[in-house]
Design a protein around this ligand. Sequence first.
Ligand SMILES: N[C@@H](CCC(=O)N[C@@H](CS)C(=O)NCC(=O)O)C(=O)O
Length: 215
Amino acid sequence: MITVYGEGRGFRVMWLLEEMGLPYRPRPVDLLDGIENDQEFLVINPAGFIPAIVDGDTVMVESIAIMQYLLARYGPGSLAPAVGDADFATYLQFLHMGEAGLAGPVNAIVATDILAPEAEKGNWTTQWARGIFESRLGLVSRQLASTPYIAGERFTAADISVTYALQFAERTIGFGHGAIERAYIDRTTGRAAYARAMDSCPATKAWVAGLAGQG
Ligand SMILES: N[C@@H](CCC(=O)N[C@@H](CS)C(=O)NCC(=O)O)C(=O)O
């Protein structure tokens, strides 16, 4: 049985596991409660960030790497184009861009604009990170103008990566997406596996419900 430590980007992992039909056990990790209080988790990931997985003797962190591992080990089914597939390069590009170019830079904005003390908010780095996010988002928009999914005509793990990043930006920094991205998010999150993953992530579910209540 695969154990998934933490929600946050662990949602990507659980969504993928649901799409693949693999059993897993979500193990909550509360970053806001002081990670030093969760010694059992720190044995798994001494660096103290989520998500992490334990699959038998395998222990891993980094959500995109975990997804690649699960697809390589147990799949990929239809969720990753084969190397010889015309969509393979686009798939790999957006699988990684979802974190490296989109969700990762949003972390910097969250840290500075939301978590930092008042006097240190809104610095040059925040503007830089927003610029990175928006430039990569331009590549997402360009792709979605010609295909319904980020790597072509069918849903893949790259859609999990990118959808998570778009929602993360929306939910944390209030980023307002355009019509193409909105329609895309509706398309990908309408899947039954998305709803099941949400049921495995009660903290995320409560957070999203709270945001909807504010709007
Ligand atoms: N690149 C990492 C980013 C992980 C990350 O930023 N995780 C957040 C929660 S979603 C976290 O644990 N932040 C606290 C920290 O990094 O110490 C991934 O994709 O897994």
